[in-house]
Design a protein around this ligand. Structure first.
Ligand code: XMP
Length: 318
């Protein structure tokens, strides 16, 4: 029978046998999957693990610093890399969602490659890939739904990296990963974090990405997510976020007409992200978040709530 403890025991033993005394470099995202993968690897190989956490400029507000802090004392040997400018440069003017994903994936690999070359004799690349990532990518590459999404964390490895891949979680679903994380003693706040896509806010800006749009979206997103926490709603939601729409709408401020951005709030209930229902958040909460966003975030004058379920509406808008 599958239990978190038996999984941990078997996986650590397997990782030890597979990796031996080799060195592993792991990409951390601040999310549940890569963190759990990291702690498992650390158990198996100790200091032979080095982790890299890249600031792609598309993270949530203050996320880079707070995630680096939360990794302290976990033995993951984390190197934080500020690569914001590279991503912004390469994304400039790009509107097509799949092109954005490819650029973000390619930049990530380049940054990662450069950093991992600084580690002597590294032989393995660790990844926090979980089972649903594997299935969605298979359908992208081979299946009938050829255009779903190119999850950039699967199969995006260029030959020149010449690293062998180790993915200790690639047969698990998210809820199982969380249970394993709990059994490993990982902080419950970290384990309870909503999933966040690898391309980050880059695919929640439904037009070309600019640092200014990222700033606007980070502010609105922080109001929504902190609000969910303050109102005790965060754990009722599987994933939430804000989309910056490529639409401007007319508003009034004093006697002036304004013509500014619209954001859409999205909050879904799900077990694995494959299907999802929109969450019936309380009207009082939505009213408060809407007011706060419109009053505090310069550049936004209208907020809408997404009441679509998956299928057919995917969780992300692009
Ligand atoms: P969709 O939008 O397909 O999303 O309903 C399902 C889950 O996958 C996440 N997602 C991604 N994760 N790279 C990722 O690492 C991506 O390109 C990507 N696109 C979507 C999404 O946030 C949700 O959790």
């Amino acid at each position: 029978d599958w239990t978190p403890d038996s999984f941990i025991e078997e996986t650590v033993a397997k990782l030890k046998a597979q990796i031996g005394n080799d060195k592993v470099v792991l990409g951390l995202s601040g999310g549940v999957d890569s963190t759990v993968a990291g702690v498992l690897l650390h158990r198996a190989i100790g200091d032979n693990l080095t982790s890299i956490f890249v600031d792609n400029g598309l993270l949530r507000k203050d996320e880079f610093g707070s995630v680096l802090d939360s990794y302290k004392g976990m033995g993951l040997n984390v190197i934080g890399v500020d690569a914001k400018q590279k991503f912004y440069n390469d994304l400039a003017g790009v509107v097509d969602p799949e092109t954005k994903r490819k650029i973000i994936g390619k930049d990530f690999v380049e940054v990662f490659d450069e950093e991992s070359h600084k580690i002597q004799d590294v032989k393995w690349l660790g990844q926090g890939t979980i089972y649903p990532d594997v299935i969605e990518s298979v359908s992208v590459n081979g299946g009938p739904s050829a255009t779903i999404k190119s999850h950039h964390n699967v199969g995006g490895l260029p030959d020149y990296m010449k690293l062998k891949v180790v993915e200790p979680l690639n047969l698990l679903f998210k809820d199982e990963v969380r249970r394993v994380g709990k059994a490993l003693g990982i902080d419950s706040k970290l384990l309870g974090r909503h999933p966040f896509p690898g391309p980050g806010l880059g695919i929640r800006i439904l037009s070309d990405v600019t640092p200014e749009k990222v700033r606007i979206l980070q502010e609105a997103d922080a109001i929504f997510i902190n609000g969910l926490r303050e109102w005790g709603l965060y754990d009722d939601v599987w994933q939430a976020g804000v989309m910056l729409l490529p639409v401007q709408s007319v508003g009034v401020m004093g006697d002036e007409r304004t013509y500014e951005n619209v954001v859409a709030l999205r909050a879904v209930a799900s077990t694995d992200g494959m299907t999802a229902d929109w969450v019936h958040l309380p009207y009082d909460f939505l009213a408060k978040v809407s007011n706060d966003i419109i009053n505090k975030v310069r550049g936004i004058n209208r907020v809408v709530y997404d009441i679509s379920s998956k299928p057919p509406a995917t969780i992300e808008w692009e």
